[in-house]
Design a protein around this ligand. Structure first.
Ligand SMILES: [Zn+2]
Length: 265
């Protein structure tokens, strides 16, 4: 089937729509954003306005505030002509989409990976889409979220009792991913408490830390970003309080041996 280009549509967006249709899948009528990060939302403009974009109230606000966030972090990468397209249907606690015979429950777990996360739960199929609350085999990233909130979000995920866990990144998994994520978060929290007690900066704490079983996880240098988050929570700042993100990224570059964090786009 040949798709008609929309006015002003980029070749990249048209090619992506054509690839979806070519694979035999219908174009979506509804798209749920699990949070505002660009690697989860830059495709919105491909499917809107025909598709309704759904997200948490705070995901919309963060999305509009972040703008072309990925180009700011990786100026040398060509992300194509992306139009910032924030959710046009937002909610505060939960909503249910009825897609044919499938109930799709969209739940806000509180501040966790970001301030505007959504978990998508299909109760009959027992499938949960965690967004970036879970990175299977990858390091959590709390720079824009909360440590205490991430631990609470894992409790919410456990309570759903899903059979299949679709993580934000990494292969399909199951509830065992909650346990390893929790072990990481508690290990990191202990490192933060000890480092802060000794008067070390998050970077100094990260550089002398033993990550143990988590050293092999992808993006292990995120440790320093997570320590920044843990430090501000130990100082009594509210969950999700904004960090100095350029400073956090600079520390991540140091952890990465002086090379900026990799972009896989
Ligand atoms: Zn994310």
């Amino acid at each position: 089937m040949r798709l008609t280009p929309r006015p002003g549509e980029s070749a990249d967006a048209l090619a992506l729509r054509a690839a979806v249709v070519g694979a035999g899948a219908p174009l979506p009528r509804t798209v749920v954003n699990t949070h505002h990060h660009g690697d989860h939302t830059y495709g919105n403009s491909v499917f809107a306005p025909e598709a309704l974009i759904v997200g948490h109230d705070r995901a919309r606000a963060e999305h509009l505030a972040a703008g072309h966030q990925l180009e700011m972090i990786w100026p040398a990468t060509d992300f194509g002509a992306t139009e910032i397209t924030a959710p046009d249907l937002t909610y505060s606690e939960r909503l249910t989409l009825h897609v044919g015979g499938t109930d799709v429950r969209v739940l806000h777990p509180g501040v966790a990976h970001t301030t505007g996360d959504s978990v998508v739960w299909l109760p009959r199929q027992r499938v949960v889409f965690t967004g970036d609350l879970v990175f299977a085999g990858g390091t959590p990233f709390l720079a824009m979220g909360s440590l205490a909130g991430s631990l609470r979000a894992l409790e919410l995920l456990r309570s759903l009792d899903a059979e299949t866990v679709v993580p934000g990144h990494g292969p399909l998994t199951d509830a065992s991913a909650y346990d390893s994520t929790e072990r990481y978060l508690r290990h990191m929290a202990a490192l933060a408490a000890a480092g802060r007690e000794e008067g070390l900066t998050p970077l100094e704490t990260a550089r002398r830390a033993d990550l143990g079983e988590f050293a092999a996880w992808r993006e292990s240098g995120r440790l320093v970003a997570n320590l920044h988050r843990a430090y501000v929570e130990l100082a009594g700042e509210p969950e999700g309080a904004p960090l100095d993100i350029p400073a956090v990224l600079r520390d991540m570059t140091v952890m990465n041996g002086g090379t900026p964090i990799l972009c896989h786009a």
